[in-house]
Ligand binder design. Structure first.
Ligand code: HPA
Length: 267
């Protein structure tokens, strides 16, 4: 695995004369942030040897290198999900490649279903902690060069970056919620009983991504900041709908983009 990560990183380095400081993973309907990047190079995932290829509608599947908020960034427009059939070790492959390329911090976004009843569709929730119900991507032989066998998960979501988000949101007048993200397998949206279960175990939102990538990043010691866009309210009577998730994501994504850019600007 390590050889494959290094091989892919050096393939990219040969194509792109650019050392990113910040990695960004964009969730469903949230690819609009890319329009704010002064793009130097964009690589289709299909053109990167060893990269998995995303199949979900609404995911473009490009690795984008450029300037954002005055910093050098690499953004994944479209991510890989376990529900597409990828083992979580594959899901986290790009995060490990981004580390090899030089990133020092990771920003993550996702669409998710609110289960905290004070949340509304379109709210942004800063993830303060998570409950991972997906297979842990670190299962298997540990890659010592990347990190320890038993990584600590305190401060999984970087407290300083959360404090910065609070400051920036005050300054920009963006309302933020805070809470715990529950990462499940999907692809079904949860049953009403499952949403109640997620709430009972301490969750505020339910999604199908993020926890594997965050675990892999923390394994490598990368500070992480993550936001959930609440695209539906799980405990309401409204059925979950992928197109609605994309629509709500695109709308709320504008505020998420502002937040990310200004945070990156002030780092
Ligand atoms: N559950 C899981 N994943 C999701 C949801 C949800 O309600 N909404 C958007 N992604």
């Amino acid at each position: 695995m390590l050889e494959r990560i290094k091989r892919t990183a050096s393939f990219i380095q040969n194509k792109v004369d650019f050392t990113p400081e910040i990695g960004i993973i964009l969730g469903t309907g949230l690819g609009g942030l890319v329009d704010s990047i002064d793009i130097k190079v964009a690589l289709d995932y299909t053109d990167i040897p060893d990269f998995p290829v995303s199949t979900v509608q609404g995911h473009h599947g490009r690795l984008i290198f450029g300037m954002l908020g005055g910093k050098r960034v690499v953004a994944m427009q479209g991510r890989f999900h376990h529900y597409e059939g990828y083992p979580t070790q594959e899901v986290v492959f790009p995060v490990r490649v981004m580390r090899m390329l030089g990133i020092k911090r990771l920003f993550v976004s996702n669409a998710s279903g609110g289960i905290n009843t004070s949340f509304r569709t379109g709210d942004l929730m800063v993830i303060t902690d998570h409950i991972n119900l997906l297979p842990n991507p670190l299962i298997g032989p540990n890659i010592e060069e990347l990190g320890p066998r038993f990584p600590d998960m305190h401060n999984c979501y970087d407290k300083d970056m959360i404090a910065l988000a609070t400051k920036v949101s005050d300054d920009l007048g963006i309302k933020l919620q805070y809470g715990v993200y529950v990462g499940g397998t999907g692809p079904t949206f949860e049953t009403q009983a499952e949403y109640r279960y997620f709430k009972a175990i301490g969750g505020d939102t339910a999604g199908m991504s993020t926890t594997p990538e965050v675990i892999a990043a923390r394994h490598m010691g990368i500070p992480v900041f993550a936001v959930s866009v609440i695209t539906n309210c799980g405990l309401s009577d409204e059925p979950g709908d992928h197109e609605d998730v994309q629509r709500q994501g695109a709308k709320a994504g504008v505020r998420m983009t502002q937040l990310f850019i200004e945070m990156i600007n002030r780092l």
